[in-house]
Write a protein that binds this ligand. Sequence first.
Ligand code: SF4
Ligand code: SF4
Length: 219
Amino acid sequence: MKLDKKKKSRICLACGECCRRYWITILPEESKRISKFLKVSENDFLEKNCVLSVKVFPKTVPGLLTCPSTFFPKKIYKSIEKKLGFSPQSFFVLPQIALKRNGKRCSFLLRGNSCKIYSARPEVCKLFPFIVLPGYRESYPFCGLYRLGEAGCKNLKENRKQFRTVQKYFKKIDKNGFEGVWKTPPKNGRLFLNEEAVGEISISDLNAILAYSNSEYSE
Ligand code: SF4
Ligand code: SF4
């Protein structure tokens, strides 16, 4: 692997590690783009190729998408309590949609580490590894681009832009609800606690949680 000094461009080793390690989340406009690329309706794409991906983080200060734990479905709350060993009062909730996985890899990863939807792939795939997140240096030792250091990551501006786009997405959900943003979301998916998968979650569980998640909530 070399860095193209002339073009100062990033060189990806195409090792496919980033496609294996992460659940890839998508934004509404990416869902439209990918379904168009696959020549299927967006409903079909969301149903066949995607799952819910809901991340929750214990939180004490009310704010955007914060939900008091009393409104969490009991089964989900119990599994979280068991995992944490204590009972959080409220959670910060990040509801998203992710691409399905096929065993230990993104379902669009093909043999030879090529991507089935390459030209329409989500921004997070294009921008990996993210260099605006704190601790990024320690987070991606497996990535060839990381090994090039900042010279391998010439996409700081795009990283920041994407960060702001994702912030806007969560604000929209806070304002309009999940199904106000996603008309036909997948019915089921994964619940993550502090980034670790801890169980299943359904769209009705998520709606129950989000019904009480808003910036006005105060303890
Ligand atoms: S969409 Fe393509 S680039 Fe993104 S994780 Fe899946 S296979 Fe990799
Ligand atoms: S971005 Fe990094 S981890 Fe992903 S395929 Fe390229 S070198 Fe591998």
